[in-house]
Design a protein. Structure first.
Length: 110
């Protein structure tokens, strides 16, 4: 996921998000879910970054996963992270997302 935050006003969400469909397919196959669900997760992940959240360490990543699960549940899709076995293993390990904000580029690694 690469997120370009286009707004200088934190109250406004204006961003471009780029996701890798090939990676989404690989992850979806590996996790036994539909690729559409994985892509939705990527978009939500990018939006959560635009809201000011990072996933540089385990605590911050866990908080982002909680928010993502809340959004997925509200959309009727259901939680992704809370339902996985082996909760200590994050499904975003090995993925990299970057946010380009008005002030520059911030790399966010899970």
């Amino acid at each position: 996921v690469i997120t370009f935050s286009l707004s200088e006003d934190e109250a406004v969400l204006d961003a471009d998000l780029f996701v890798c469909v090939d990676e989404a397919r690989r992850q979806a196959d590996q996790r036994g879910i539909r690729v559409e669900r994985e892509l939705l997760l990527y978009v939500i992940h990018g939006v959560v970054h635009c809201m000011g959240h990072d996933d540089h360490d385990e605590r911050d990543a866990a908080r982002m996963h909680e928010i993502e699960d809340e959004v997925l549940t509200a959309l009727g899709v259901g939680a992704t992270y809370a339902t996985q076995t082996g909760a200590a293993e994050s499904p975003t390990i090995g993925r990299t997302s970057s946010t380009l904000a008005p002030g520059g580029v911030t790399e966010n690694r899970a």
